[in-house]
Design a protein. Structure first.
Length: 432
């Protein structure tokens, strides 16, 4: 009997473990969310490359104006996180997900001017970047699959993270970075976090026109006591490896402990009796918090980043002629005379022209002949999975130009490279 009870208990434990494992396995929706995050990260990388290749001044690109991994480089990358995903991710039956990011061109110009010219927008050209915008917005696309080395916990975290905010979901964004590169990025972030906390504390006001920095100035003993306090501060949580390949580290300080240390520093500083307890205690009132935080950011050295490998099998094989081409279609619409606001009339005409271009593009896409001899329209009529892929693919069309034509109408030209069609069309049709 005891043996039977042991067998039943063991079976129950095995069953409970199986249930727990099943509960821990992410749902398809969570895996989809992870794929969408990976596509967002790729779109953000494409946006960064687009900005870095633009000319900040005549003959000089943004990349040439910023040293890799410098404060300016990192600040601009963080500013580009303001790009937001538009529409829904496009999912294909071959496991590829695409996502679109959008950001105001004016925000990019301001961010570039802040790091390259000290905020002087007049010195920032970026005309090649502005020309890519539509209605003042820059839009970029990214594509990805679920990373092979992403565990279930990453998929669950991806689904729980706010969709409009970048989230640390390693390995997303860190593909190709060596272990040494990740360590170096975290080390640089930690150093900058302590530097940022030191700068923040030294800038705290004690009196009108006087700061903590002023109090310790010229006193090695006072400076030493403050430095000891800074070095003792803990790192708040694990380092965050963000999808733009920027590592973040947060350092935290208790305001109560800080006030006590400042009183000790005052005792060591020459003329420290100029500051009363009330002058130091008011720091708590000014901060309106009981915890002071500072964030430091770092990047891996360029030498620690390996070049991206071609995605999927057979990508090195020559493409058929049709797959290397792109479809284009143009639509036109007149500006309404009944709308007095000419900017609004232009926007509405552009939308109408785009809709007509999209209809023409859909017709042209349907006529494309695939490798098996069938047209896209013929195959889509018989295969639901392929038809859904084609609908997603058509939604990826991008505006090649949007301008006022010589006859006064507004013209929009859409462009659709056929490489993605070639990739998902190679999947065999499902069996009967």
């Amino acid at each position: 009997m005891a043996s039977a009870r042991h067998i039943l208990l063991a079976a129950a434990l095995v069953g409970a473990a199986a249930l727990a494992a099943a509960a821990a396995e992410p749902t398809q929706a969570q895996w989809d969310a992870l794929a969408a995050r990976a596509a967002q990260a790729d779109a953000l990388r494409n946006l960064t490359q687009l900005v870095w290749a633009s000319h900040v001044a005549q003959g000089k690109t943004v990349a040439e104006a910023l040293a890799p991994g410098s404060d300016g480089d990192i600040r601009l990358r963080v500013a580009l996180r303001a790009a937001r995903m538009v529409g829904q991710p496009r999912r294909y039956s071959d496991g590829v997900t695409e996502a679109d990011l959008e950001i105001a061109a004016s925000a990019v110009v301001q961010a570039v001017s802040d790091v390259c010219t000290g905020g002087d927008r007049a010195k920032v050209w970026l005309e090649d970047l502005k020309a890519r915008g539509e209605e003042g917005l820059l839009r970029v696309s990214g594509r990805a699959r679920v990373p092979d080395d992403a565990g279930p916990d990453v998929a669950v975290a991806a689904a729980a993270a706010p969709p409009d905010e970048p989230a640390a979901l390693y390995p997303i964004g860190w593909e190709g970075v060596t272990a040494a590169g990740r360590v170096e990025a975290q080390r640089a972030a930690r150093v900058r976090a302590y530097e940022a906390m030191g700068a923040r504390i030294r800038a705290l006001p004690l009196r009108s026109a006087e700061t903590v920095g002023k109090m310790v100035e010229g006193s090695p003993a006072a400076e030493g006591r403050l430095d000891v306090f800074l070095r003792s501060l803990p790192v708040a949580g694990p380092p965050r490896l963000m999808p733009d390949r920027v590592a973040e580290v947060t350092v935290a300080a208790s305001v109560r402990d800080l006030i006590q240390v400042l009183k000790e520093v005052r005792a060591l500083a020459p003329g420290g009796d100029r500051w009363r307890d009330d002058d130091i205690d008011q720091v708590s009132v000014l901060l309106k918090t009981d915890r002071l935080e500072a964030v430091g950011r770092g990047m891996p050295p360029p030498a620690s980043v390996r070049a991206a490998q071609p995605e999927g099998p057979g990508r090195s094989a020559p493409l058929p002629d049709w797959a290397a081409q792109a479809l284009e279609a143009t639509g036109a619409a007149a500006l309404s005379d009944e709308i007095t606001d000419r900017d609004r009339a232009r926007v509405l005409a552009a939308r109408s022209a785009k809709a007509r271009a999209l209809a023409d593009l859909e017709s042209r896409l349907g006529a494309v002949k695939l490798d098996d001899g069938r047209t896209v329209a013929d195959r889509a009529a018989k295969e639901e999975v392929f038809r859904n892929d084609v609908a997603a693919f058509l939604a990826s069309a991008r505006t090649a130009s949007s301008r006022r034509a010589d006859d006064g109408r507004w013209e929009v030209t859409l462009r659709l490279p056929l490489l993605r069609l070639y990739e998902f069309s190679r999947r065999a049709a499902p069996g009967p």
